[in-house]
Design a protein around this ligand. Structure first.
Ligand code: C2O
Ligand code: CU
Ligand code: CU
Length: 436
């Protein structure tokens, strides 16, 4: 599981990483919707691990949360994961033990569940985006879980890679239609991608097809753990070049990469005449008649004055970040780390009930909130209905946002709900709910 990767670009030195099969990202797993898979994981690390299949609706025992759904995989031991993916789409996998360090050193890989019928595009591309904090010698910097990272925006790095290397030109052909699967596998960096001269159409979010639509102000906002599938008709001129910008942080826009058209004449005169909508996945529709409301309030983090906002009496625990100290809480409770044995669920749902989940961000920070085992139908944000029939497993909340969603609790077990800025998860922005 140890390896080297060329994160710093062709001239840079190699970086030592931890990787699935020794690579960054891990191997692309391409599996078929509705077909059972068996994936054997052997732990070659010197510490416990597990693998979590992010976004897949699977049996609780296969969810990969140590203590909660399985015992951790000890060094030298293995575990066989078996599941049948009900949904086609773009997913990913990562450890759920020692998450901050293991993911921060490179453990993550893409998981693509193919539709039963192939989708009409010329090319199916994947950009697995990862953000790294590298030291001067281009090695992964230590200092994981510092108080600053834990209580503020998390471990944002200084080098972004696409599919494990410093981005170079992306060759494209005039006239082609590309399905581009974007995965943000960063620990903390939020991205907002703008394709200059192009009009990407969002066809799926977090693996789940939505009504095809162009993003608001042309930016594709990808918080950690989110995926967006876009369809792009390459309408640039042969030989032309177009930057892809990431401009999420004010004044810090940078060109992520460049679409470089080859000189060949366009593949076709007019854009491909095929529908953009992907076939819907078999998600259970929320039922208004059987609804239970539950509110999750996100609390804590550093305030403007450099103080920690109160986290419900959990502050006696020492410095946040390291050693399980809490900087955040959900409804006054701080669950730190990766997952725990014997953690009492914060709420319980009867199997088959619809949960109307309200997430209220009282903090001054952004949080991509992730639910294991389910996809959420996103209903509204700050009172305004969310259009395009979006289902998500990771929902980004801006400071003070209130998001309402709904899902059918059709899958029994104890499930995690946490922020996917891993520093925040480790420092208390996590909880468990039970479906009985
Ligand atoms: Cu990708 Cu518990 O998460
Ligand atoms: Cu997950
Ligand atoms: Cu967070």
């Amino acid at each position: 599981m140890h390896g080297r990767a060329n994160l710093a670009g062709p001239e840079g030195p190699w970086t030592s990483i931890w990787g699935y099969d020794g690579t960054v990202p891990g191997p692309i797993l391409r599996i078929q919707q509705g077909r059972p898979v068996r994936i054997a994981v052997e732990n070659g690390l010197d510490e416990d691990t597990t693998v979590h299949w992010h976004g897949i609706r699977l049996l609780n025992a296969m969810d990969g949360v140590p203590g909660l759904t399985q015992p951790p995989i000890k060094p030298g031991e293995s575990f066989v994961y078996e599941f049948t993916p009900p949904d086609a789409g773009t997913f990913w996998y990562h450890p759920h033990a020692g998450s901050l360090v293991q993911m921060g050193r490179g453990l993550a890989g893409p998981l693509i569940v193919e539709e039963a019928e192939p989708v009409a595009v010329d090319r199916d591309l994947l950009w697995m985006l990862q953000d790294w904090r590298l030291s001067g010698d281009k090695q992964i910097a230590g200092g994981f879980g510092s108080t600053m990272d834990a209580a503020m925006s998390g471990r944002v790095g200084n080098e972004v890679t696409i599919n494990g290397s410093a981005p170079t030109n992306q060759p494209v052909r005039a006239g082609e239609r590309v399905r581009l699967r974007l995965v943000n596998a960063s620990l903390a960096r939020i991205m907002a991608l703008r394709f200059e001269g192009h009009r990407p159409v969002i066809v799926a979010i977090d693996g789940q097809p939505c009504d095809p639509h162009e993003p608001e102000d042309g930016r594709l906002v990808l918080a950690p753990a989110m995926r967006i599938d876009v369809a792009i008709d390459m309408q640039g001129d042969p030989g032309s070049r177009h930057d892809v910008m990431d401009d999420v942080y004010d004044g810090l826009a940078y060109p992520l990469t460049t679409l470089a058209y080859d000189r060949a004449p366009p593949l076709r005169a007019n854009p491909l005449d095929a529908p953009l909508a992907l076939p819907r996945n078999p998600l259970p529709e929320p039922d208004r008649a059987r609804t239970i409301r539950w509110e999750i309030v996100l609390q804590g983090g550093m305030t403007g004055g450099g103080k920690l906002a109160g986290v419900g009496g959990m502050m006696g625990m020492g410095m946040p970040g390291m050693n399980g100290g809490a900087a955040w809480a959900i409804n006054g409770m701080s669950m730190t780390g990766d997952g725990h044995a014997g953690m009492a669920p914060q709420f319980a749902l009867e199997r088959g009930a619809t949960c109307h989940l309200i997430i209220r961000n009282e903090t001054a920070w952004w949080h991509p909130m992730h639910v294991h085992g389910f996809s959420l139908s996103v209903l509204s944000r700050n009172g305004a209905p969310v259009p395009h029939r979006q289902w998500q497993d990771t929902v980004l909340l801006a400071p003070k946002d209130i998001v309402e969603c709904a899902f059918v609790a059709d899958n029994p077990g104890d499930w995690m709900l946490h922020c996917h800025v891993i520093d925040h998860q480790m420092a208390g922005l996590m909880t468990v709910f039970r479906v009985t």
